[in-house]
Design a protein around this ligand. Structure first.
Ligand code: FES
Length: 107
């Protein structure tokens, strides 16, 4: 399906913690830097009302700040309890100095 590439944040926003929040197309996402590659998931934890962008990134795992469940940011898979439902992932590309998130739909 076609993607709409939506500008989010500059990569420098990810330098300090490896993770940052952005709102793209009305959707809150979390962006991650892992070994020089960029990834994005929905920001909302699938376990409760917590922002994954406020969590702790350890390699390719994001730990939710509320109950310390974990997700793999590359696949969205829930890998640590109490999380059991995958979080949605989105493609990311760097263009013109900004990370862009690919959202389904559009031309
Ligand atoms: Fe994220 Fe519970 S809300 S682990």
């Amino acid at each position: 399906a076609a993607l709409t590439w939506t500008p989010a944040v500059p990569p420098s926003d990810l330098e300090e913690f490896g993770v940052a929040a952005a709102t793209v197309g009305g959707l809150k996402v979390a962006l991650y830097a892992v070994d020089g590659e960029y990834f994005a998931t929905a920001d909302l934890c699938t376990h409760g009302a917590a922002s994954l962008a406020d969590g702790f990134l350890d390699g390719e795992l994001i730990e939710c700040p509320l109950h310390q469940g974990t997700f793999n940011v590359k696949t969205g898979a829930a890998v640590g309890a109490p999380c059991s439902v995958a979080v949605r992932t989105f493609p990311v590309k760097l263009e013109g100095g900004l990370l862009h998130v690919g959202l389904p739909g559009g031309a």
